[in-house]
Design a protein around this ligand. Structure first.
Ligand code: CP
Length: 295
């Protein structure tokens, strides 16, 4: 059994293994039926989710597992039980894994010190979103046939983004040329930047890249306070038909239409826009993560 807490903790070989297993599941080269037969998985999301929660559930069910989704608003947390006590009590029921999203950075790691049951981090605060990084890496590998030496720019609310943090670890392990662009109030601190570059304008951010990853302005984390308005953001940092670069566009979702990406571009049939492919790949990436942790 293994926890799945952060991209930081995994080796390059382990990440490549998970990505290649995800692709093997998708292409049918490896069967996933019944791999998790007789396993029971508890999901508990202390923050909202559509893609991550559903694809973890879909992956588990397709692999033959039973899934118990805990709605924390309907649980005894509402009677004052702590999140920690909730997980310790649920551990006594003996599931085979927990899939946990929590609004506190580091909370899945904290919990992992108190339970032998594998904890899969489905996103913790502004720290990491490792399963998103795996599905993004899978999507990049499908397109380019490699993970090494990619040229990637991430645009948007970098400081609040757990996706950006997990991608920084991918960049370090796979020797990416990783750059960032966004409002100054949303850019990372210098100490993060030993291997990374801050672009000075949108042209530079979009030029000569394999992938541009757009990030959502996270209004729930009050990042709207760091920009004059969403309209201003769209004007200086948004991608639309006029400035669409000659590279692949990714976005972890959910997309704020007409903010980071124009609605017309989002709705267009365009092979260079990978957003729904990322969501599709999320199921196979999470299958590979279950296999890695439980088998
Ligand atoms: N990408 C992502 O984490 O989306 P959800 O918040 O909908 O799970």
């Amino acid at each position: 059994m293994r926890h799945f807490l952060s991209i930081k903790e995994f080796s390059k070989n382990e990440i490549e293994l998970i990505v290649k297993r995800a692709i093997a599941f998708k292409t049918g080269r490896s069967s996933y039926n019944n791999i998790l037969k007789d396993k029971a998985i508890i999901t508990i999301f202390f923050e909202n989710s559509t893609r991550t929660r559903t694809s973890f559930e879909m992956a588990a069910k397709r692999m033959g597992a039973k899934v118990i989704n805990i709605d924390h608003n309907q649980s005894s947390i509402k009677k004052g039980e702590t999140d920690y006590d909730t997980i310790i009590n649920l551990s006594a029921i003996k599931p085979d894994a927990f899939v946990i999203r929590h609004y506190h950075s580091g909370y899945p790691y904290f919990l992992s010190q108190f339970t032998q049951i594998p904890i899969i981090n489905a996103g913790d605060g502004t720290n990491e979103h490792p399963s998103q990084a795996i599905l993004d890496a899978m999507t990049m590998f499908e397109i380019t046939g490699r993970l090494d030496n990619l040229k990637v720019c991430i645009i948007g609310d970098i400081i609040n983004s757990r996706v950006a943090k997990s991608h920084m670890w991918l960049a370090e392990k796979f020797n990416w040329e990783l750059s960032f662009f966004g409002p100054k109030t949303m850019l990372p601190e210098k100490k993060w930047l030993s291997h990374m570059h801050i672009c000075s304008n949108l042209n530079e951010a979009l030029k000569n890249k394999d992938f541009v990853m757009l990030l959502r302005i996270q209004l729930e984390r009050e990042s709207g306070q760091n920009i004059p308005s969403l309209k201003e953001y769209a004007r200086f940092f948004g991608i639309n038909k006029k400035n669409m670069p000659d590279c692949y566009i990714m976005h972890p979702g959910p997309v704020n239409r007409n903010v980071e990406l124009s609605s017309s571009l989002f709705d267009e049939e365009n092979d260079k826009i990978l957003i729904t492919r990322q969501v599709e790949n999320g199921v196979f990436a999470r299958m590979a993560i279950y296999e890695f942790c439980l088998m």
